[in-house]
Design a binder for this molecule. Structure first.
Ligand code: DHB
Ligand code: MG
Length: 222
């Protein structure tokens, strides 16, 4: 199978199952115009995140890694009235693009973008006793996923859904001997998923316009 076939299949799925969306098109255009890397999730994956948030009945969503806000918008659109999404972003340029995009999507009232290093922000949320989240989407620097996961657990409650993006990385994660910091970080992340008794987890590989990658999914128990 080739990337070209994966692209064609994604195009088929997206054109059949996703309604045309001028807002999301404008969001991607604005992100590209600002020079952001096109590493948001694919549209059909965004819809998957949206459906997962709805299935979970999430009222409070935490996102680690905002980029230009594309994934943020898919998730925030799943929230019921009164729902909130908090998204953490380290890069001020990304955050500025994301804020404009969230505004464009009419979601400024329910989405907050918090600037800073996510591990520090998460630690502060824990100390401040911030209300737990129903869904947490990890999509920031991969080497710090273990810290993000440990801190996320302290911001979870029984039933919280934790989704991790990019846990396959073109199959590089299967290389047990890798010294790539992202791969090493993800090895530790999988070790935590496997050994923390509070977590019930799986992971799936995906192919499509974003190449070969995948998601982890975990439910937090009591
Ligand atoms: C990269 C990061 C992502 O979150 C993603 O979805 C794809 C690629 C990256 O850093 O290369
Ligand atoms: Mg990602």
């Amino acid at each position: 199978m080739t990337q070209k076939q994966w692209d064609a299949m994604d195009e088929f799925l997206t054109s059949r199952l996703l309604a045309p969306d001028a807002v999301l098109d404008a969001v991607l255009d604005a992100s590209a115009a600002a020079g952001l890397p096109p590493i948001n999730v694919a549209p059909n994956q965004g819809k998957l995140l949206h459906l997962l948030a709805k299935l979970r009945g999430a009222r409070r969503i935490l996102e680690v890694g905002t980029l230009g806000g594309y994934n943020t918008i898919w998730l925030a659109r799943a929230l019921p009235t009164g729902g909130r999404l908090i998204s953490l972003e380290m890069n001020p340029d990304n955050a500025a693009v994301a804020r404009a995009n969230v505004e464009r999507a009419g979601l400024s009232g329910i989405v907050s973008i918090v600037m800073g290093a996510a591990a520090q922000t998460l630690a502060k949320f824990v100390t401040d006793g911030v209300e737990p989240f129903d869904m947490i989407f990890l999509d920031a620097d991969k080497k710090n996923y273990p810290d993000y996961l440990r801190l996320s657990l302290q911001l979870s409650q029984p039933g919280t859904l934790i989704v991790g993006d990019n846990v396959i990385r073109g199959g590089r994660i299967a290389d047990q001997k890798s010294t790539d910091p992202d791969v090493v970080g993800l090895h530790e992340y999988f070790r935590l998923l496997a050994t923390n008794p509070q977590l019930d987890s799986t992971a799936v590989q995906t192919v499509g316009i974003k190449g070969w990658d995948g998601f982890s999914m975990s439910i937090v128990s009591a």
